[in-house]
Structures are given as C-alpha cells and as structure tokens.
Design a protein around this ligand. Structure first.
Ligand code: SAH
Length: 285
C-alpha cells in the first residue's frame, strides 16, 4: 500500500490566497515537496512533524523534474501522505500534468487541490479586471517560456483575439511577444501592463502600451516572476488599483519577537500590506 499524494496549488503570493483545503492537507501530511514560487509564509501551516523538501527549479534545470518525480515516489512508497506544493494553480503550466502522469503510471493514489493562479490573481491585485462587459469577453493565458527554442506562440492567431491576453514566464521574451503582436496586427497603442511579484508586499505594476512597454520594463528593471497583460481592460488599472493603497503598503518590518509568537504579528502586518522579515532575537522557554 502506498501513501496518497496531494497535488496542491499554493496560490499566488503570500499565504492569504491559500485555500482551506490546501491548509487542511498541509496540516495532516508527513512530507511537503515545494517549489520556487511557493511563498515561505505558507509553510507555517505545515504540521510540526512534516518533513519539508525544497525542490525549486532555479532558471530551468531540466533534470530536476526527474528528481521531483523520484522524491514523490520515494515518500509515497513509504506509505506517507505527501503534499506536492506548487505556486499558483498546480496544473497551470509548471509541469503538473507530467507529475500526474507519473503518479498514474506508478499506481499512486492522488488528489488535486486547485490554487489561485498568478494569471488571474496578478491582474486582480493590480486592479485590472480580466473581463468587463462590452470591453473584454474572454481572457487567454499563454506560456512564453523558451520561445527561442520552439517559437510555439502563433502570433497571427493570438493577435486576432479580442479578449485579455496574459503571458506567463514572459519577461525574458518580452520584446518578442510585443513584436509578435504588433507585426501581426495588434495596434501599437494597445494597452499593456506588467505585474511583478504579484500579491506580495513588494508587488510592482507598470502600465503602458505595446509601443513603450519594453522600454518601461527596462527602465524599471522588471524581473521574473511577472505576468504580462495586454488588452483594453488595462485602462482600469489606475481607477481600480487597491493593493498599493493598504495602510502599510511599501513598508518593511523586521520582527524580532520570539519565533513561536512572531507569526501572529507577522500575519497581521502582512494583511495590512507590509513586507515582513522574521529575525527572532529572543527565545522564550
Ligand atoms: N502554476 C503557476 C504558474 C507557473 S509558471 C500559476 O498558476 O500561477 C511561472 C510563471 O508564473 C512566472 O514566470 C510568472 O509569469 C508567473 N507567476 C507566478 N507567481 C507570480 C507572482 N507572484 N507574480 C507575478 N507572476 C507570477
């Protein structure tokens, strides 16, 4: 008999966007295998005895996927309850499908716990509605990863879409995306936005048009993780932005409290928009 594996979405940014189901399975599991985009604040919900295994893909590293599969299998065969915790939603890119294939082939029981994907959450934390009556009747999410190798985005078709376009893993290929769209008929004045570190206290949003978004991104030194959003709904960003208007937005707080008590303060400050760092200076026995 093997243990069960939960393929879990950790949501976007800090722990606040975690689902109750995800919190529940973190509380009962024996082992958590988590990736680079999982916010550390989520790990507070793992039960004390759970073994935490970090297997994040820093800048690619294609062999790591095999290690992830083997690690999941190792724990499952020890009859352990395993949480495979992934950023955003577990099956929106990030090779979640291959992990399911692997579990299926090895006859391991699994459950899938959906998560709030950065494709959606980044727009909403920036104040950009994905759809809006008479303005955008659909939204489309693309991966812009490894475009140079496969060049798999069909810009002739994509440029004809009327809805909101969202590109993940696209910062390295921003120029190619923008040129692909403009060369295939999207107007250079189409509205575009980039949301970096969405749903985190250090979130940054830039807004422009297809014509100037590349230079704006360079000027602001935008880095991954970030989403690229193209469409008329970007016009609402200025009006609907809210996350940068929280009482403690833009403030960094160092919490020196005893580790066991720091969480309460940490969580409250985060919910007011502050960026928190925990550095316990005392330990109360
Ligand atoms: N499964 C994830 C996506 C994995 S692909 C999800 O549903 O969100 C990784 C890409 O997601 C990144 O390159 C970036 O484009 C996007 N992403 C993930 N977290 C993000 C964040 N906090 N802010 C902005 N983009 C993010």
């Amino acid at each position: 008999m093997s243990g069960k594996v939960y393929i879990v979405g950790g949501g976007c940014g800090s722990y606040e966007l975690l689902t109750l189901k995800a919190k529940e399975v973190l509380d009962i599991c024996d082992c958590v295998i988590y990736d680079r985009l999982v916010d550390n604040s989520i790990l507070q919900f793992c039960n004390e005895k759970a073994e935490l295994v970090y297997l994040g893909k820093e800048h690619g590293n294609p062999e790591l996927q095999d290690t992830i599969h083997k690690t999941i299998l190792k724990y499952a065969l020890q009859n352990k309850t395993v949480v495979r915790l992934k950023g955003g939603d577990p099956l929106v890119f990030g090779r979640g499908g291959e992990e399911l294939d692997f579990l299926y082939d090895n006859n391991i029981k699994f459950e899938i716990v959906p998560g709030i994907s950065s494709s959606i959450a980044s727009c909403e934390y920036a104040g950009i509605p994905l759809t809006y009556r008479n303005i955008s009747r659909s939204f489309h999410v693309f991966t812009a990863h490894a475009m140079s190798e496969y060049n798999h985005l069909d810009f002739a078709t994509i440029s004809k879409l009327e809805g909101t376009l969202i590109f993940l893993m696209g910062i390295a290929n921003l120029e190619k995306i923008v040129n692909g769209l403009m060369e295939n008929g999207k107007s250079k004045s189409s509205q575009a936005s980039i949301v970096e570190n969405a749903c985190r206290p250090n979130q940054r949003v830039i807004v422009g048009t297809l014509e100037n978004i590349v230079s704006l991104s360079k000027e602001n030194k935008i880095k991954s993780p970030a989403t690229i959003i193209v469409g008329d709904v970007v016009q609402f960003q200025n009006k609907f932005s809210w996350y940068d208007k929280m009482p403690l937005s833009g403030k960094s707080v160092l919490i020196t409290r005893d580790k066991k008590r720091a969480n309460i303060l940490y969580n409250r400050l985060i919910s007011l928009g502050a960026q928190c760092h925990s550095l316990p200076m005392i330990d109360i026995e």
